[in-house]
Write a protein that binds this ligand. Sequence first.
Ligand SMILES: Cc1cc2nc3c(=O)[nH]c(=O)nc-3n(C[C@H](O)[C@H](O)[C@H](O)COP(=O)(O)O)c2cc1C
Length: 192
Amino acid sequence: MEQPHFNDRSTPLSLSLTRRSGKARDMVAPGPTSAELDSILTAASRVPDHGKLAPWRFVVITDRDAFAALLGRLYRAEKPAPGRLELEALATFARQAPALVALVSAPRESHIPRWEQELSAGAAAQSLLMAAHAMGFAGNWLTGAPAALPGIAEELGVPGGRIAGFFFLGTPSRPLEERPRPALEDIVLRWP
Ligand SMILES: Cc1cc2nc3c(=O)[nH]c(=O)nc-3n(C[C@H](O)[C@H](O)[C@H](O)COP(=O)(O)O)c2cc1C
């Protein structure tokens, strides 16, 4: 099937068929306003959720210098003599793109399996990206070293949580690249 253009939002389905990631480092203003971000997060929270547990949290990260400092502090706690380049990479990560939301998977004690609660966080992630795309913004779901820093979820206000991803949002400064998508015959099975 021919790929519709990224900016083709003419039908609801074209949104799903055209979403692709931007690169956080290439995102510029404007990012979503506070009201637009609320709409994005409202959409992101409207996901299948077995047991209605809301086993995820969205952390809107506003002060990027403070976030860069936090990443540096947590990194140093793991690696007492870090290299300058490593610290710079963390600070650069923290300051990318006009808007940043951390999605934290926060499974609850429940008869609902943890795996299902984590899947719901993945659904929230995709809905967040789709909502941003519907509003004309590019999104980028990144984890990298920052997501794995011990204590990061706690520091962001979600004790016991696990970072599902950092979602960078903004306007792409250059056309988004497409990538090869899996062929349906490779990923779709017919049974029996
Ligand atoms: C859980 C998760 C974590 C990811 N973390 C990274 C990352 O740290 N760095 C990266 O380059 N891409 C990462 N990606 C991939 C990008 O978000 C994106 O999917 C990829 O660049 C392909 O672009 P597409 O969304 O247009 O298919 C991650 C994807 C997922 C699902």
